[in-house]
Ligand binder design. Structure first.
Ligand SMILES: *Cc1c(COP(=O)(O)O)cnc(C)c1O
Length: 360
């Protein structure tokens, strides 16, 4: 934590820090909303909110910006504060970007087994790595490092849902609805997203209700995650064996404080092989690679769209392209890596590809 007294130098620093974040935002364009017409499902267009186009490549760019602004305005970060996070993934990459922008040291506490390309991405943005042997200790170690250095632990899993302005401020939900305005079905029948921190689903779910839209929110969750179990039975709080899913960014072994089940209308559990199959099918359709959690979203969309068509309904379905495929070349796009893990995705890819196929 910065010093107790908010002196003139600290105030001036904070003003400049917030200006830099706002100026960066002011220079940025919104992320694209890609429309995909599905020839076999006339009247049910699918839209992808492309969060891979942020400067740090994922939807965590929004979260990192919100966490920094929240901490700055709360007086939790000052000119000499070391900023710390427990993350080996996209969150640390985006947070390193903002820390560098403010001239602050950033430390990512990561499991020692974290893949080198991910560590490289954090270091690329100027972040330091603190590796720990036992992955379960990352939260405690981050907390301890913050105490030792007088730093600030950003704690995405606690603060994601409250650091984001769910009523507006061009959050992901407001942006989606604004970009849908001129479509023939401007109010989506469904919005589909995943849950890692739960921040995205909390923001979208609250926004839908606040705006009194008829849209329903579906969260696609890996089979080996506790979130959909908790949604069905609130006494389910953790998975003793940990989260065995390999889909990065989503699915958790414990119900995170930022996960808000009461704003969700439905959850669909998706097998990893279905996620990988759908990821490959949507990558082929787009002509570029996307990450695994986008595949999980698409797999849930396949199910929802099939159900809508069976009931004779029309309407739009919106989901999130969470990140691109660059970081997954040695994993989800490596047939050998998948085979080693017993993930047989080929049949699932073919069935997901049918969503985009022409009418015969
Ligand atoms: C974090 C993350 C998600 C889930 O978003 P939350 O807002 O944390 O629930 C999905 N996909 C990827 C790639 C992520 O990094």
């Amino acid at each position: 934590m910065p010093s107790e007294h908010d002196d003139a130098a600290t105030r001036a620093w904070r003003v400049e820090a917030i200006r830099r974040i706002e100026a960066d935002y002011n220079r940025s364009a919104d992320t694209h909303l890609i429309r995909l017409d599905l020839p076999r499902y006339p009247g049910i267009p699918l839209y992808l909110k492309d969060e891979s186009s942020h400067p740090t490549g994922s939807l965590k760019h929004r979260l990192a910006r919100s966490l920094f602004l929240y901490a700055l305005c709360n007086g939790w970060i000052g000119p000499d504060t070391v900023v710390i996070e427990a993350s080996s993934g996209s969150t640390a990459v985006s947070e390193a970007y903002f820390a560098k922008m403010l001239g602050l040291r950033f430390i990512a506490v990561v499991p020692a087994t974290t893949a080198v390309p991910k560590l490289d991405a954090i270091r690329f943005h100027g972040g330091d790595i603190h590796a720990v042997d036992d992955p379960r200790t990352v939260y405690d170690v981050a907390q301890r490092l913050a105490a030792e250095t007088g730093g600030h632990y950003l704690d995405q899993f606690t603060y994601a849902e409250r650091a984001t302005d769910w009523r507006g401020n061009n959050n992901i939900a407001e942006s989606i609805f604004a970009q849908m305005a001129a479509e023939e079905h401007p109010v989506p029948a469904w919005i589909v997203c995943g849950a890692g921190t739960g921040g995205t689903s909390a923001t979208i779910g609250r926004y839908i209700r606040y705006q009194r839209h008829a849209t329903r929110l579906c969260v696609a969750d890996p089979v080996h995650s506790v979130f959909h179990r908790h949604f069905a039975d609130r006494t389910a709080q953790s998975l003793p064996g940990g989260c065995a899913s390999c889909i990065e960014g989503i699915g958790r072994p414990r119900v995170e404080p930022s996960f808000v089940p009461t704003v969700i209308d439905r959850m669909i559990a998706v097998d990893d092989a279905d996620s990988i199959g759908a990821m490959r099918a949507i990558s082929t359709r787009l002509g570029r690679r996307v990450g695994g959690s986008t595949g999980t979203n698409i797999a849930a969309c396949v199910q929802l769209i099939g159900e809508m068509a069976a009931r004779g309904e029309t309407g739009s379905v919106v989901t999130i392209l969470c990140d691109g495929g660059e970081r997954y070349g040695c994993t989800y796009y490596d047939d050998g890596w998948l085979a080693e893990r017993g993930i047989a995705w080929q049949a699932q890819e073919a069935s997901a590809a049918a969503l985009f196929a022409p009418v015969r």
